[in-house]
Design a protein around this ligand. Structure first.
Ligand SMILES: [Zn+2]
Length: 557
């Protein structure tokens, strides 16, 4: 509650200052004087004279100007030690090579193209190989049924008793389900299919053809150009629907999570805070499961994972309970009851609360203010907000409600740059922005990453963390592809290892972990960071070129 009171005080202060400024701002000034009068930096203002400077003086002012602007960028406050300086040279060489080639042939620059078209090419770049090895800290924004690779999903479909619902004579899959006996055909809600054992379908049509079909059906590939973002979301939601019967089978649920954690750790992610709907699971014995059982399976699986010596570098994982936003008052009260039960039974595993589903077609936060204000103060909010291009829409204004409700982080915040007061407060209150670049492109909010609004967040030192949202659906690695895009395509050419390190540190700082746990987390990350520096500096003592042939072998996807 304290934070909310502070927020209101801060908001009042901002409003007062704004009024005072507009009262005192002189009107009808020539443009040069206007810059002088309203420029936000006294450092820069003091350098600007009233008459034309000599070329030498101009050069001095320009250097100071550039330096000052850079000093506001994310990561500038970090100082690199000698090992980091050496690693930085290798990393920047790899980055600048790609950047410079891109300037000559912009249409071939990987971040200017759709990720589906350039994924293989990215995997072969020196920069991506380096980023794969980098300990990137935490993923703080990802959805639990879109974590693991397609490879893991296909392997899970080889389990016994899995049925697939298809239209006659067609390989298409509308649903999957584990059952001892053949389930009844699906004929309602636009579905019209009948069930066959997947093992029989594989025998008839060949395992390779079936696996190839499923591998595509479980991602958004190959479409790079949906009609609009609603069209992209429709296909996106169909993948979740197809996965439901496979993943909600209780014996599979924990296994999927375990395999996802393995893949995250292998990609340099040591901590995961995931959103979950907490679906009701099922099994072949007809056991009745509750959402609390789903949490129990998560906790047991995580404990098992953490107990293995090969996973000793892993920091942990927590869940954000995030049910569907398209509900009514009664539904929301039901969510809040479940939330309180989880908090009581699994306080260490619960990070907080959010609402999910396409923001633009779901209900805005504003509809549920009365209920959300009833959530106890010791449960934090981590709201999706502003995942839209519609300036001024209710979805866009979720940003205001998320902030006023005291959200600890903002999921996406794509529309933030259009809300100056929200932006001011995000920085003052240290509310992290969870940016998932690849997701924003695939779901059609931005096509060329160089136009991503996060460029402003980087340039002006906003509290940003980079995340991956649903990496499984775009065949991306758990975090490396998003880091590659953010570093090469969104950040300045000049952004270097300090930005990368800052993003990793931010992901721990802005996690829901307690201060003590963050301290332990940072020491686990530091060990990996030291290994990374040794790796970059030893493997590539003469520059990035010698790294390439070695690095390519680590990519299995
Ligand atoms: Zn999300």
């Amino acid at each position: 509650m304290q934070q909310r009171y502070n927020l209101i005080a801060l908001l009042s202060l901002c409003l007062c200052l704004g009024l005072a400024e507009s009262r005192t701002r002189p009107k009808a000034l020539p443009i040069t004087k206007y810059v002088y009068t309203t420029g936000s930096s006294s450092h820069v203002e003091s350098l600007l004279g009233t008459s034309r400077p000599s070329p030498e003086a101009y050069k001095t002012v320009r250097n100071a100007f550039a330096h000052y602007e850079e000093s506001r960028s994310l990561g500038y406050d970090l100082e690199l030690d000698s090992r980091e300086v050496q690693a930085n040279e290798t990393i920047m060489k790899a980055k600048i090579n790609e950047y410079a080639e891109g300037e000559i042939t912009p249409h071939l620059f990987n971040p200017s193209q759709h990720i589906f078209k350039v994924l293989d090419a990215i995997n072969k770049t020196e920069l991506f190989q380096l980023l794969r090895h980098m300990p990137k800290g935490a993923v703080l924004h990802a959805h639990d049924t879109a974590l693991a690779s397609t490879k893991v999903l296909i392997e899970l479909t080889y389990k016994a008793d899995l049925w697939i619902c298809q239209q006659t004579g067609d390989l298409s899959a509308e649903a999957m389900r584990f059952a001892k006996e053949k389930p009844a055909a699906l004929t309602d809600a636009g579905q019209n299919c009948d069930w066959s054992l997947l093992s029989d379908v594989r025998r008839e049509r060949g395992a390779e053809a079936v696996d190839e079909y499923l591998a595509e059906r479980l991602t958004l590939y190959p479409t790079t150009d949906f009609l609009d973002n609603n069209d992209a979301w429709t296909k996106f939601m169909k993948i979740f629907a197809l996965l439901d019967g496979l993943l909600m089978y209780a014996p599979v649920w924990g296994e999927y999570y375990y395999k996802a954690l393995e893949e995250f750790l292998a990609d340099g992610v040591q901590y995961l805070e995931f959103r979950t709907l907490l679906p009701t699971l099922y099994d072949l014995e007809g056991t009745v499961y509750t959402p609390l059982d789903t949490v129990r399976i998560y906790v047991e699986t995580l404990n098992d994972f953490m107990s293995k010596s090969e996973n000793s570098a892993f920091i942990g994982s927590r869940m954000i309970y995030a049910p569907l936003r398209n509900t009514d008052t009664e539904g929301m009260l039901g969510y809040i009851n479940t939330l309180k039960e989880i908090k009581e039974k699994y306080p260490d595993f619960l990070a907080g609360f959010d609402l999910v589903g396409q923001e633009e077609l779901g209900k805005p936060l504003n509809v549920f203010i009365d209920q959300l204000l009833q959530v106890p103060d010791d449960i934090d909010f981590y709201f999706h907000a502003g995942e839209t291009n519609w300036f001024g829409s209710t979805t866009d204004e979720n940003l205001i409600d998320a902030l006023l409700l005291g959200t600890k982080r903002i999921g996406h915040g794509f529309g933030l740059v259009k809300h100056p007061v929200v932006l001011d407060l995000v920085k003052k209150l240290n509310v992290a922005i969870e940016v998932s670049p690849v997701s924003n492109q695939v779901l059609q909010l931005v096509s060329d990453f160089r136009n991503h609004p996060c460029a402003q967040f980087f340039a002006d030192g906003y509290p940003v963390v980079i995340s991956s949202d649903d990496p499984s659906f775009w065949k991306a690695t758990p975090l490396s592809h998003d880091f590659y895009i953010a570093f090469l395509g969104i950040a300045s050419q000049h952004a270097d290892l300090r930005l990368l390190k800052k993003l990793a540190l931010n992901s721990i700082q802005y996690s829901s972990l307690s201060a003590d746990a963050k301290y332990d987390a940072l020491s686990k990350w530091q060990m990996k960071w030291d290994e990374f520096l040794d790796y970059v500096n030893n493997v590539s003592p003469n520059g990035a070129t010698s790294y390439s042939s070695h690095g390519q072998s680590i990519i299995g996807t």
